[in-house]
Design a protein around this ligand. Structure first.
Ligand code: B1M
Length: 210
């Protein structure tokens, strides 16, 4: 079995220690952090998602895999830096209210930080008013919203509406992303941009401030 396939298979067992060990071994063997992330870890989480949907895996097992992924991402973090740093700009980032998924959002945070942005990562289940307060407190240039559930996508629209009502809409660019989100939804709710993955989110943030 290839190194990446072993990482994927081990992620499915939820053995965080072993996944971390294999991640380090794959790096030592010369695989890139990006390959390990995309073809080993994210590939594994896709299988976890499919098994969750079909009832083969339950929430506690899914959480163990998610935690194992988090541990491996910590190892890859310093190596996933973007080549051309942006140098400046403050981004308030969070997962919208009602949504507890944070792995993808934390990858976005990491890519943005390594591109030179100051990132205020607010966490998950964030209320529109809390986003508004954070934009004010940090004098943010960009608000980045993540949602992983079709049921929480409308909270992106609600957050944007609240920001409009607060009078801050002209002050911040709004970037949205997450598995169920797409460009046409971003357009529909009046976001300034949509990115399908963490790398392009960081690139788009740079473009929005250029
Ligand atoms: Co959840 N879950 N989950 N879950 N979960 C999904 C999303 C699901 C697709 C699984 C499935 O059924 N196939 C499904 C959603 C279905 C739908 O809405 N259509 C689902 C469900 C139903 C649920 C619950 C409702 C289950 C239940 O309780 N019955 C529940 C909801 C809880 C809540 O949020 N209120 C729930 C709970 C959980 C756990 C807590 C157990 C756990 C989350 C742990 C955590 O995040 N700390 C969990 C997990 C792990 C998943 C799956 C398996 C993996 C998600 C993940 O981390 N992927 C997921 C299935 C899947 O995605 N394959 C699933 C890896 C990550 C790197 O990818 O987050 O997509 P992702 O991020 C990507 C891009 O989307 C993008 O960049 C990243 C890659 O570079 N991106 C952005 C993300 N945010 C961005 C923001 C941007 C730009 C890009 O700009 C701002």
């Amino acid at each position: 079995m290839s190194d990446l396939k072993t990482i994927t298979e081990t992620l499915l067992t939820g053995d965080g220690e072993k996944v971390a060990e294999l991640t380090q071994a794959a790096l030592d063997a010369g695989l890139s952090a990006k390959e390990i992330l995309n073809q080993g870890l994210i590939a594994g989480m896709d299988i976890v998602g499919a098994r969750m949907e079909s009832g083969e895996m339950f929430i506690p097992e899914v959480l163990m895999s998610a935690q194992a992924m988090g541990g491996a991402v910590e190892i890859l973090k310093p190596l996933l830096s973007d080549e051309d740093a942006a140098g400046g700009g403050t981004i308030v980032l969070g997962t919208v209210k009602g949504d507890l998924h944070d792995i993808g959002k934390n990858l976005v945070s990491m890519m943005m930080e390594s591109a030179g942005f100051k990132v205020v990562n607010m966490g998950v289940d964030i209320d529109p008013d809390a986003f508004i307060q954070a934009i004010k407190d940090n004098d943010a240039d960009i608000l980045a919203l993540s949602a992983l559930l079709t049921t929480t996508m409308p909270m992106m629209a609600q957050t944007i509406k609240s920001i409009e009502e607060s009078g801050l809409r002209d002050k911040v660019k709004i970037l949205v992303g997450g598995a169920p989100v797409n460009q046409s939804y971003a357009d529909e709710i009046g976001a300034d941009g949509y990115a399908p993955d963490a790398g392009s989110a960081s690139k788009l943030a740079k473009a929005l401030l250029a």
